[in-house]
Design a protein around this ligand. Structure first.
Ligand code: SF4
Length: 241
């Protein structure tokens, strides 16, 4: 397969991927069986591509689509409590035009930011295997390559995304320090470009917006907003964006 030449092309290719047998079976079974409260809805049931402009300066990296969230609606972090939390914070920081994400046609637009994940299919128990993560790595490599001329900061939601991203950054034109930076909420490291025509990249860590974290108060709106604000500022996104 030839590498996608545009972000739109990438998104289309991602949405047709069937490389991981376990995840294909699971995402399609969930889409057939559905949750009772969504019984009347048509589930997406396919890989969920990244969401946001193709010239984003800020990239937000999650883990994987939720079975009855993005696997239902077809758009990252849309239709579940994690998305409610994330988009409220993004809207408050001027990174989204509205604070809610209900379905793919609800008018939500991201402003200077794009959201993606290291695994594009909903996994059982929200736990992709290392092999599935490695299968999906090709898409993250392509996405970072296509964004490389504009992206200046990445906010990683959770340790899984952090571990998945570092080798991709090392291969994609940035110098990752050794020993590797450790994930934590509020972690921040500036990566120098490894090519003369590259740009530095600010890497930030945040606890994931899962209900496990947000319902227990481990991650609060002020905590997430502070990380997003810092990343947006260093990415050169003005407050009026
Ligand atoms: S997880 Fe990634 S590599 Fe695996 S089937 Fe889904 S899109 Fe393809």
């Amino acid at each position: 397969m030839s590498a996608p030449g545009t972000v739109d092309e990438l998104d289309l290719l991602v949405s047709e991927c069937r490389v991981c047998p376990r995840l294909v079976e699971w995402r399609e079974r969930v889409a057939r069986e559905k949750r009772a409260s969504y019984a009347e809805q048509h589930y997406w049931g396919r890989p969920v591509p990244g969401f946001g402009p193709s010239d984003a300066r800020l990239l937000i990296l999650g883990l994987a689509p939720a079975a009855h969230g993005a696997n239902r609606t077809g758009r990252m972090f849309t239709g579940d409590r994690s998305g409610d939390f994330l988009y409220a914070a993004m809207h408050a920081e001027g990174l989204a035009n509205q604070p809610t994400a209900v379905h793919a046609g609800d008018g939500l637009q991201l402003l200077g930011a794009r959201i993606t994940s290291p695994v594009h299919c909903a996994p059982p128990a929200n736990k992709p295997t290392p092999a599935e993560r490695d299968n999906c790595r090709q898409w993250l490599v392509s996405e970072l390559g296509l964004l490389a001329s504009t992206v200046r900061a990445v906010v990683v939601l959770g340790g899984f995304g952090w571990q998945a991203l570092l080798p991709v950054l090392a291969d994609g034109g940035w110098t990752v320090p050794k020993p590797r930076p450790v994930f934590g909420h509020g972690a921040h490291v500036e990566l120098a470009p490894s090519q003369p025509d590259g740009y530095p990249l600010h890497l930030f860590g945040s606890y994931h917006v899962s209900q496990q974290n947000t319902f227990t108060g481990r991650l609060t709106q002020p905590m997430l907003r502070q990380v997003l604000r810092h990343a947006a500022d260093l990415a050169g996104l003005s407050p009026s964006r």
